[in-house]
Design a protein around this ligand. Sequence first.
Ligand code: I3S
Length: 128
Amino acid sequence: SSPDSDGCTPELEKAGLLNKTKIAEGGRKLRKNWSPSWVVLVGNSLVFFKDPKSQTPSSWKPGNSRPESSVDLRGGKLQWANELSSKKNVFKLRTVTGNEFLLQSETDSLIREWYKTIQSVIDRLDRE
Ligand code: I3S
């Protein structure tokens, strides 16, 4: 049986390195500040970690790593946003609370996978 036979541990859906910048907080525009971030999609949340060099998928466990921030995906909106940056492969995530993030990767297939997976979590939460 799976290690989560009680169903209480959120499922780790995806983890990896993306470029990230927050562009709005509570609807208020922020100055861009791109930096690499270790991004973990687990349960209903997208969790951001600093210092990606010290993070690997296997080293990530709840409690033994300090997230920089965490985003509740319920009610979130995702859209491609290449017009918001000179970088390629950029999408925007907007939370219900009016926080906005841009996420980016140089690798087309990778950013498409992230978009698809985050969207599927948002869709699942919309149906609940
Ligand atoms: O949308 P913007 O203002 O052109 O974004 C760029 C700036 O944030 C820039 O920093 P300065 O605050 O020093 O101007 C960043 O270095 C750029 O990366 C931002 O644009 P891109 O096109 O990379 O998202």
